[in-house]
Design a protein around this ligand. Structure first.
Ligand SMILES: [Zn+2]
Length: 110
């Protein structure tokens, strides 16, 4: 489960920010390129947070799409993955941005 590595990073960030304060929940923005499965995410977070201030906290997942721009026709759209071609004009001249985020957005304390 690669979700575990992501959750371990998030728990590290939570510990740095929270100090000794017990955490009720966190909100994390994750790009779709990480291919996170919500169930695996919840399980991984529970395991990664064991024995830390985030033990028993919930981790709300906000999935961020890949943003794509077609260099040929100028179309922009959002996708789950890096798009191979433009859906409007079929050009392969596509630039993609985002989708690889892993950001601890907020922490709610008990
Ligand atoms: Zn296009």
């Amino acid at each position: 489960m690669h979700e575990f590595g992501l959750c371990a990073s998030v728990v590290d960030a939570v510990q740095r920010r929270a100090g000794d304060r017990p955490v009720a929940s966190v909100r994390v923005r994750v790009g779709r390129l990480h291919h996170v499965h919500p169930e695996a995410w919840d399980q991984s977070f529970t395991v990664a947070a064991m024995g830390t201030v985030a033990a028993d906290a919930t981790a709300d997942l906000v999935l961020l799409p890949v943003r794509a721009l077609c260099g040929a026709c100028g179309a922009t759209w959002e996708a789950d993955d890096v798009p191979p071609a433009c859906p409007s004009c079929s050009s392969g001249d596509v630039e993609a941005a985002g989708g690889d985020e892993l950001v601890l957005e907020s922490i709610t304390y008990r």
